[in-house]
Write a protein that binds this ligand. Structure first.
Ligand code: RIB
Length: 312
């Protein structure tokens, strides 16, 4: 039986607009390509990644009672996600995000949280009845809900993994209970620490600054096409990225952290092996358009790692 992971996080309908370049302030740009509406949201992208990678995935989120909510709910069921802890909000719409993607694959995202902000503590308490092996969080939902979920997991000795996006300068990181992994990307790291990531000195300095605020066993910095940096407070390792041609980087980080979490749970805590696996899942996600649709399966990651001459 696979590991059971409880994801308490966001679900969005992504409205993706491919642009030749990001418009300047005051400029109106006309789209060359078409607009697409596809499943996204940091939490949902990770939940889909867990499911495709073979975890028993319980998703606790909140959708609006609208057509976007229905489409997303049906998609999660198709992916084999346990949807029993998805609440339907009568008063607020499903979250959505407008995503501009440049030909390089680089994106800019504007997110409207909608119902995501109202995932309640009782939604979360009920979701823990699923008896998960781990709790997985991101910061795209209400602060009180994140803290309540983390607190519940800590009191019940359930390991906690946190993808630290999106960046929230005012988030009280010090109030989190001890966690296994805390993983921000470059932008988030700079917001939380004030340190711009250049070489490994700055990565180490940022990790140590994060350790002074978050009681984490490991800080894992996501560095996009540079790779990842993992640190336990005494030792560190930089892992370079797999070379791929990026089409759309949306959800690459979400897939990375989910894959790293699942691998860590499965491989008895080999953090470096888990980060490598996360790098492979993130790289593959960046080679495809869209968010949740772009996330690879366990078989695809295994084949990719083999092609790269790495053991799975
Ligand atoms: O991390 C990518 C996600 O961020 C998108 O799918 C979008 O919905 C926003 O939540």
């Amino acid at each position: 039986m696979g590991k059971r992971v409880l994801v308490v996080s966001s679900a969005n309908m992504d409205i993706t607009l491919p642009v030749a370049r990001f418009p300047a302030p005051g400029e109106t740009a006309i789209l060359g390509g078409g607009v697409s509406y596809t499943p996204g949201g940091k939490g949902a992208n990770s939940a889909v990644a867990f499911a495709k990678l073979g975890a028993e995935t319980v998703f606790c989120t909140r959708l609006g009672r609208d057509s976007h909510g229905e489409t997303l709910y049906d998609y999660y069921k198709e992916c084999g996600i346990d949807t029993r802890h998805i609440a339907i909000d009568r008063d607020r719409p499903t979250g959505c995000a407008v995503i501009l993607v440049e030909p390089s694959g680089q994106n800019r995202i504007l997110c409207y949280p909608g119902a995501n902000r109202y995932i309640s503590e009782s939604d979360v308490d009920e979701a823990f009845l699923s008896c998960p092996d781990a709790l997985y969080l991101q910061l795209e939902i209400g602060e009180a809900t994140v803290l309540a979920a983390a607190d519940y997991a800590y009191r019940h000795e359930i390991p906690i993994f946190i993808d630290a996006g999106p960046a929230r300068a005012d988030f009280p990181l010090e109030s989190l209970p001890p966690v296994t992994v805390f993983s921000p990307n470059e932008v988030e790291t700079e917001v939380y620490t004030g340190i711009h990531l250049t070489g490994s000195d700055s990565m180490l300095a940022a990790s140590m600054e994060l350790f002074s605020r978050v009681r984490a066993e490991y800080i894992v910095l996501k560095l996009g096409d540079r790779g990842a940096f993992v640190c336990n407070g005494r030792h560190f390792k930089f892992l370079s990225a797999f070379p791929v041609s990026a089409v759309d980087t949306t959800a690459a980080g979400d897939a990375f952290t989910a894959a790293l979490t699942l691998r860590y749970l499965e491989n008895g805590g080999d953090i470096v092996g888990a980060v490598r696996y996360g790098c492979a899942a993130g790289a593959l996600t960046a080679t495809r358009a869209g968010a949740a649709y772009a996330v690879p399966t366990a078989k695809e990651v295994a084949e990719f790692l083999e092609q790269q001459g790495e053991s799975v």
